[in-house]
Design a protein around this ligand. Structure first.
Ligand SMILES: [Zn+2]
Length: 204
């Protein structure tokens, strides 16, 4: 064991070094160092990221797994996601985790900890003293995913597209409906969503 290893071990044991690190750098989460192997995505510096997030590995991995909708395994300090995911998406999900579980809702400090009060988890800020129950991400998700692939919606066609398809605006999305005419109200099945455009087919 080198002296560095020993030092790391000590730090892991009492967590002081990472606290210091966090305060000094105002929490710079390292960019995910991503490589692809077959169909898997490997985040090689997940250990470093986790250290900065300063929350239990289990909690972070579970969150990311739910967010990405795919299994995740941890191999030492590497995180292995069982499909291809871009570094930007990983970064975005980590940021989402930070917003819910790390960053103080009042003052924005990352110098916080999670305490359990009975059945409720509370984010306690060491900088400003604020205490908030954890803002569950479900609430955010609801507003984000107003429409979902594989679900049915009833929409009114307000425009005709260039290829003769009908277009409906629904919850901020443009839904393309082949075979539908302007003025019709149809029930459609969403096939694919790309950004704010959804391709659908008429079911009724
Ligand atoms: Zn605060």
């Amino acid at each position: 064991m080198t002296s560095d290893d020993y030092f790391n071990l000590l730090n892991k044991a009492n967590g002081n070094f990472s606290d210091l690190n966090r305060t000094q750098s105002r929490l710079k989460i390292p960019d995910p160092d991503v490589i692809y192997e077959g169909k898997s995505t490997i985040v090689r510096n997940f250990g470093d990221i986790l250290e900065m997030i300063n929350r239990p590995e289990k909690s972070v991995v579970k969150f990311l797994s739910v967010e990405l909708g795919i299994g995740i395994t941890i191999d030492g300090s590497r995180m292995i996601i069982n499909r291809k995911v871009s570094p930007e998406i990983i970064q975005d999900k980590i940021k989402k985790y930070m917003d819910s579980f790390v960053i103080c809702y009042e003052c924005g400090s990352p110098d916080t900890e999670i305490q359990r009060l009975g059945r409720v988890e509370v984010l306690v800020c060491k900088a400003c003293g604020a205490q908030h129950s954890i803002r569950m991400d479900k609430d955010l998700k609801k507003t984000e995913a107003d429409i979902e692939e594989g679900k049915k919606y009833t929409v009114t066609i307000t425009e005709s597209g260039n290829s003769g398809e009908g277009k409906a605006i629904y919850k901020g999305y443009t839904i393309l409906v082949p075979g539908a005419k302007k003025g019709e109200t149809v029930t459609v099945l969403i096939r694919k969503i790309r950004r704010k455009v959804a391709v659908s087919e008429i079911v009724k």
